[in-house]
Ligand binder design. Structure first.
Ligand code: FE2
Length: 446
């Protein structure tokens, strides 16, 4: 009889030692903690023919969205194809292959279908969930976890992590009340669950609720931060709330101590948050010192990857902030050639990434009208290049600052009032709305 993983899914290995390491990896993956690749490698050391472990490894690597892992991914895919696989594991491998070959949507759909057919496969669900996030499939981000909950009893191993995914999906679909309840239940079940913590952090961010948001992150950090590979992102959310409050010093302190404690760390997802935080500070006119230069030095190795448009835009921000206009142009050039490609990133780049990157370049060059125009005609479809509402808020902020600087009073007021309507409690929204009204008043008086 086949052995089964911690959720009850049959696996292809006969080695109990391999399975034990694989189950440990599943725990680390759902918690975004420790080194799950090392745990999978330990499983594979026990049984190199364990195809499911190779497939999980490939899935983990492709969802890092960093071309730097291409070789390790290819190695996992090759070894997996030559190993023993059951049907479910074979589909996992195929999904990772889709991702590796740039078919992000196909790969995401395939993981989602595995989870539908095998509702106790929480790993397929998580990879599908992460995929939905990267390709902007918001309904499925919510609905696939909601579907999977049917297969788990409350309190059973795995249940709360699926609740955490459901919470984030609910939040991205605007159902803040249910997201809040679902996320808090998941965190109560396991306070180390950084993803569930994050779902509630998003609810607070979207509501502009600093009174709930700051203590939620700060007080729970003792549980979600240690040994987490995702903590930098929750710290980033906390820094955003301090920025909202107008506390630039605290936002910078969090950047230095928590988001980028090692300025040379080679984690692209961390660079994205770093770019996004520094650019917001830059818009506000804050002095960020040498931070942009340090960050741009990291981005330099990936500036011409044109692997995923969302990342490219964040590289451009770092280059512009560091005054490296020529590097920003190099990224744009790579994006232009990626835009001609028929794959998913080609579409994302053509329709979303490239016009936005051009808008940010225009902002930095003082061509505010062009910046506003390009962002405002792209923002409505920008979810197609992935990221969260909170991350893509940088588009709205940049357009608003461009409108203020360029003297486009009607646009500035429109965007600022929209922001205040969504976040009536947010001090930042209040400050921006005041500035927009002042600009209108000045122009009427002139
Ligand atoms: Fe987030």
């Amino acid at each position: 009889m086949a052995l089964t993983d911690r959720y009850g899914n049959p696996v292809s290995t006969q080695s109990r030692a391999a399975l034990e390491n694989y189950n440990a990896a599943l725990d680390l993956i759902r918690l975004y903690r420790g080194d799950p690749v090392a745990a999978l490698d330990a499983a594979l050391a026990e049984d190199p023919d364990f195809g499911g472990a190779w497939a999980a490894r490939a899935g983990l690597l492709v969802t890092a969205t960093d071309k730097a892992y291409a070789e390790e991914t290819a190695k996992s895919l090759r070894a997996g194809a030559a190993a023993r696989l059951n049907e479910r594991e074979r589909l996992h491998l195929q999904a990772a292959q889709d991702w590796a070959e740039g078919r992000f949507i196909d790969g995401t759909m395939r993981y989602g279908r595995i989870a539908q057919e095998n509702p106790r496969d929480a790993l397929a669900l998580q990879y599908a969930h992460v995929g939905c996030f990267f390709v902007g499939m918001q309904s499925e981000l919510r609905d696939w976890p909601l579907q999977a909950l049917r297969a788990f009893k409350t309190g059973e191993d795995g249940f709360s992590y699926i609740q955490g995914m459901a919470a984030f999906g609910l939040e991205e679909c605007g159902d803040y009340a249910r997201a809040d309840i679902c996320g808090r239940q998941a965190v109560e079940a396991d306070p180390r669950d950084g993803w569930a913590v994050h779902a509630v952090a998003h609810v607070n961010e979207m509501r502009g609720d600093l009174d709930a948001g700051i203590p939620w992150l700060a007080n729970g950090a003792q549980h979600w931060a240690p040994d987490s590979g995702f903590a930098y992102h929750n710290w980033w959310h906390l820094a955003l709330l301090y920025l909202d409050k107008g506390d630039t010093a605290q936002a910078l302190a969090l950047y230095d101590e928590k988001v980028r404690p090692d300025v040379n760390a080679q984690v692209m997802l961390e660079w994205i948050d770093a770019s996004a935080l520094l650019w917001r500070l830059h818009l506000e006119g804050a002095d960020v010192g040498a931070r942009f230069a340090q960050l741009a030095a990291c981005w330099a190795r990936a500036g011409e990857d044109a692997f995923y448009a969302f990342n490219d835009l964040h590289a451009v921000m770092a280059f512009l902030g560091a005054g490296r206009a020529a590097d920003a142009e190099r990224t744009l050039k790579a994006m232009r050639s990626a835009a001609a490609d028929g794959g998913d990133n080609g579409h994302m780049t053509r329709r979303v990434g490239l016009p936005l990157a051009e808008a940010f370049v225009a902002f930095e060059a003082g061509r505010y009208g062009e910046c506003v125009e390009k962002i405002m005609t792209t923002r409505g479809v920008a979810q197609r290049f992935g990221g969260s509402h909170a991350q893509r808020d940088i588009l709205t902020l940049t357009a608003l600052h461009a409108a203020l600087r360029g003297g486009f009073a009607a646009t500035a007021e429109a965007i600022a009032i929209e922001r205040l309507a969504h976040k009536p409690q947010s001090p930042w929204a209040g400050r921006l709305a005041r500035r927009a009204r002042e600009l209108s008043a000045e122009q009427r008086a002139a």
